[in-house]
Write a protein that binds this ligand. Structure first.
Ligand SMILES: Cc1cc2nc3c(=O)[nH]c(=O)nc-3n(C[C@H](O)[C@H](O)[C@H](O)COP(=O)(O)OP(=O)(O)OC[C@H]3O[C@@H](n4cnc5c(N)ncnc54)[C@H](O)[C@@H]3O)c2cc1C
Length: 541
């Protein structure tokens, strides 16, 4: 049985590792452009990846006026079926990953399930359009009840979620190949949005992938939480036995937004008495692409938090450092992660032509935030599709986010590149692209099924509106620069950042839940801080 199964899947595997022949159909879900009994046209729109670009596309598409397509002298209903595919069952609001790591946010706030976000979408009027919070959804979340009622009501579109790993895209045959727990399947589409995002890659540095923990996914965040509690235990034991001779080193590689935000949250989480956090950055200054206000606020905070900032420095190699010294109190897991980071001065910092200066940093925890690549380049299936890509693996598109030669395929977010100078890899860009790609799919499909030329069905070019940027600088500090010149730092900015993120949640229901859950956690933490400040030291004698 196993051999038969393996043989039957070989053509699919070959097709997506370089031979672009059509795969043998293992099992095919959905025919394209189905029509229901009452003559309604049902094009199938598939969205790959449910991050900021994907989920916002899935929520925007049903809000478009699908039923108004002209046919002959009247109109015909078009009710698309939309399938969102992601390998995970949860959407992740990545900017709040730091809060999840230091217990300032719950998993349901940062990573709601797709099922909860898409519940009722397409079958009822979407409250996103009205701008009003969907109270019933939020109350359900707050009370911990889930909506398992899959009853389909009359509506605009059918939206469903499929948990599966996307293995490949066969754009010539309008098919994607997915891997579900039940096996490999092909899925036909009439229109496709690719939004598979990016991931951190440290493969280029020898030894780094063995020791460094990237910080990009919920799983990596939980792994970091686990290692932090192992460090807590270790420090507790060595403090109790007065064996602590030197501080424990934690190194964060990458001095961009993520690196700085992570380093500062780690200082708050671990304390700076026995732990030294080092930030390694290859550029001349950290936060090179941030606004001046945010960069200055970030650099000041790094200084006051005691973070050791090493600029113009790159990691040359990472190797094991388990010399047996001060390891008796250390757990096996932590000991395996001990590493020596070989650091070299980057060329910019060397004035003479001599050998670059090299230093060694022995670390207990090495975190990697530098160098993200599109997820697709590391996934053999997606990489070997026929779609045009740049050297980084990003899918090249026209300004309308459309992939050349494939008018029904669109790429958005971190995995796409619509112009020569790439847009920044941010949630803002992905969300704005989702709106444009959704409209362009609506226009493309409506034109396809309409018998009349309609001027209103023009494809829109993407143009990015930078609304500003926000950064966490620790559990009670943040910095904000907005469009229009508003600049704010400190605890007020920290509160505002959480509230703005609540508003930016994919659905108003989730937004309300995030606002209540996030605020209550912040209030509780603030009360604890005040209590600590006010309480006098106890004289135990
Ligand atoms: C820690 C952190 C903090 C950040 N903070 C900010 C911030 O403050 N502001 C900001 O604007 N941006 C921030 N960003 C960047 C921002 O989150 C990304 O630019 C944004 O998520 C890109 O959206 P996307 O839709 O392209 O990809 P993503 O949101 O990454 O979504 C990609 C989705 O595709 C899925 N996927 C990938 N490959 C496959 C596959 N083969 N099969 C099935 N599913 C797949 C993934 O599971 C994921 O759900 C941050 C990023 C990180 C990591």
């Amino acid at each position: 049985g196993f051999i038969l199964c393996a043989v039957s899947q070989l053509p699919t595997a070959l097709a997506f590792v370089g031979f672009h022949a059509a795969p043998k159909r293992i099992s095919t879900l959905y025919a394209t452009s189905g029509s229901s009994d009452d003559g309604v046209i049902q094009p199938h729109i598939v969205i790959l990846g449910g991050g900021f670009g994907g989920i916002n596309s899935a929520l925007t598409l049903p809000t478009l006026p699908w039923s108004d397509v002209a046919q002959g002298s009247g109109t015909t209903s078009v009710k698309p079926r939309i399938t969102l595919i992601d390998k995970s069952e949860r959407f992740v609001f990545l900017p709040l990953l730091y809060e999840l790591c230091v217990d300032d946010a719950s998993i349901d706030e940062v990573a709601p399930t797709f099922k909860s976000l898409l519940s009722g979408v397409g079958t009822k009027k979407i409250s996103t359009l009205s701008g009003l919070p969907d109270l019933s959804d939020a109350l359900q979340l707050l009370s911990g009840e889930s909506n398992d009622d899959d009853e389909t009501k009359e509506g605009n579109c059918e939206v469903s979620f499929l948990q599966a790993q996307v293995e490949g895209i066969d754009a010539n045959n309008n098919q994607v190949v997915i891997n579900r727990s039940s096996g490999i399947e092909t899925l036909n589409y009439d229109a496709l949005i690719i939004a598979t995002g990016a991931e951190v890659s440290c493969d280029a540095v020898p030894g780094a992938s063995q020791f460094a923990l990237p910080f990009y996914t919920v799983d990596q965040c939980f792994e970091l939480k686990r290692r932090l509690s192992l460090i807590d235990n270790y420090l507790e034991e060595v403090r109790a036995s007065s064996e602590l001779e030197q501080s424990t080193n934690v190194a964060v590689v990458g001095g961009g937004y993520s690196g700085v935000e992570l380093a500062l949250n780690l200082v708050d989480r671990l304390g700076s008495n026995d732990v030294q956090v080092t930030l390694v950055h290859r550029g001349k200054q950290v936060l090179e692409y941030a606004t001046e206000h945010n960069r200055n606020a970030g650099m000041e905070r790094l200084k006051s938090a005691g973070v050791n900032v090493m600029t113009s420095t790159s990691v040359a190699e990472v190797s094991s450092w388990d010399d047996g010294a001060h390891n008796d109190n250390m757990s096996e897991t932590l000991r395996k992660q001990l590493c020596t980071v070989k650091l070299t001065a980057t060329n910019e910092s060397i004035e003479d032509e001599g050998e670059p200066e090299t230093t060694q940093l022995a670390t207990t925890l090495l975190l990697w935030t530098a160098g993200s690549t599109p997820t697709s380049i590391r996934n053999a299936g997606i990489r070997n599709s026929v779609l045009p890509r740049d050297a980084m693996g990003r899918i090249l598109t026209s300004p309308t986010l459309n992939v050349a030669n494939y008018p029904n395929v669109f790429a958005i977010g971190d995995c796409s590149r619509p112009k020569k100078v790439p847009y920044p890899g941010t949630a803002q860009v992905a969300m704005q692209m989702a709106t444009v790609a959704s409209w362009n799919i609506y226009a493309t499909l409506s034109k396809k099924y309409s018998s009349r030329e309609q001027d209103s069905l023009k494809l829109l070019p993407f143009s990015y509106l930078n609304l500003g940027e926000m950064m966490t600088l620790g559990t009670n500090d943040a910095t904000i620069s907005t469009l229009g010149g508003i600049e704010l730092s400190g605890p007020a900015a920290s509160w505002l950042r959480r509230l703005v993120y609540a508003v930016r949640m994919p659905t108003p229901g989730q937004g309300l839940f995030a606002a209540v859950d996030g605020s209550s956690r912040k209030l509780a933490r603030g009360a604890l801080r005040n209590a600590r400040r006010k309480s006098k030291p106890v004289d135990w004698k």
